[in-house]
Design a protein around this ligand. Structure first.
Ligand SMILES: [Zn+2]
Ligand SMILES: [Zn+2]
Length: 281
């Protein structure tokens, strides 16, 4: 997994997931910070239309037309169907960017919709899931999914030679099953995500705007502790990445990390410090 994450609540959030050239959300500063890497992006998945998640679109769309790079590479932007803010932005771009050299496509998505990424033996796709954020502005989270094959439980104890013999005898379909592995799950802004929607994911990016529940005035965002609870219930396999932290906690990250370490979670927990660009290997 390789990703670049930038997130500061209310200011800007964007996450570049390089294996599939996906940008999740597009807050301001993205093009300035990624520079020519913006040409690598194939798909942009917008979680919702709040300014801190879409304010970088103007720069991204224009720089792909003007900077040094492949000006004919198409760009697809997916967003929650019914988003008022994104719809207004689409109108703006249609009126002001008549001379784009590449194809720019806007695709509305509903929970459960799938976007194919890679065909082949282990096809990959992105699946949208419902999140709860603010009233009036629809929001979505996204799973990067891979279809894999494994032996059915009743065959897993058999010696290797027997398995090989069965495969040679043309029984592969009979002894194996396919399953979907979530590789990377991005929740956008939301109150705690329903763990069933990201179950077993390798890496979960859950927002954690607040540390103390008392700081939360309206129920639109999650706390650090709620996000950790979601990751535990969802049985996250490798890592929980906490983003969208309010800058009021900027100087307390060490203390927060120490408190989280005491929980001994079965997965790694990483905090994205507000305003820092973090590269994840
Ligand atoms: Zn936000
Ligand atoms: Zn928001």
């Amino acid at each position: 997994m390789k990703a670049i994450v930038f997130s500061k609540a209310l200011y800007s959030t964007w996450v570049y997931y390089s294996p599939d050239r996906i940008l999740f959300d597009c807050g301001e500063g993205i093009s300035t910070l990624l520079e020519n890497k913006v040409f690598a992006i194939k798909h942009v998945f917008i979680s919702h239309g709040h300014a801190d998640h879409i304010s970088g679109l103007m720069g991204l769309i224009n720089i792909r037309n003007n900077a040094m790079g492949d000006h004919e590479k198409e760009l697809r932007v997916y967003y929650p169907a019914g988003s008022f803010f994104v719809s207004e932005l689409i109108t703006y771009f249609a009126r002001t960017n008549r001379n784009l050299q590449y194809e720019l496509e806007w695709i509305p998505l509903q929970p459960g919709d799938r976007v194919p990424l890679l065909p082949g033996r282990h096809p990959r796709y992105v699946e949208a899931f419902a999140t709860v954020h603010t009233r009036g502005e629809p929001s979505l989270g996204y799973n990067v999914c891979e279809v894999r094959h494994r032996l059915k439980p009743e065959y897993r104890e058999l010696p290797q030679e027997e398995i090989v013999a069965m495969v040679r005898a043309g029984k592969k379909g009979e002894i194996s099953e396919t399953y979907t592995q979530y590789l990377f799950s991005y929740g956008g802004d939301s109150v705690p995500i329903n763990p069933d929607l990201v179950r077993g994911t390798e890496v979960l990016l859950h927002e954690a705007t607040f540390v103390d529940d008392a700081d939360r005035k309206e129920y639109k965002h999650s706390t650090v502790w709620e996000a950790i609870e979601v990751a535990k219930k969802a049985e996250v396999q490798k890592e929980l990445i906490l983003f969208h932290l309010s800058s009021r906690y900027q100087w307390e990250i060490d203390k927060l990390e120490a408190r989280i370490a005491e929980l001994n979670t079965p997965f790694r927990v990483r905090i994205i410090p507000p305003g820092e660009i973090v590269e994840i290997e």
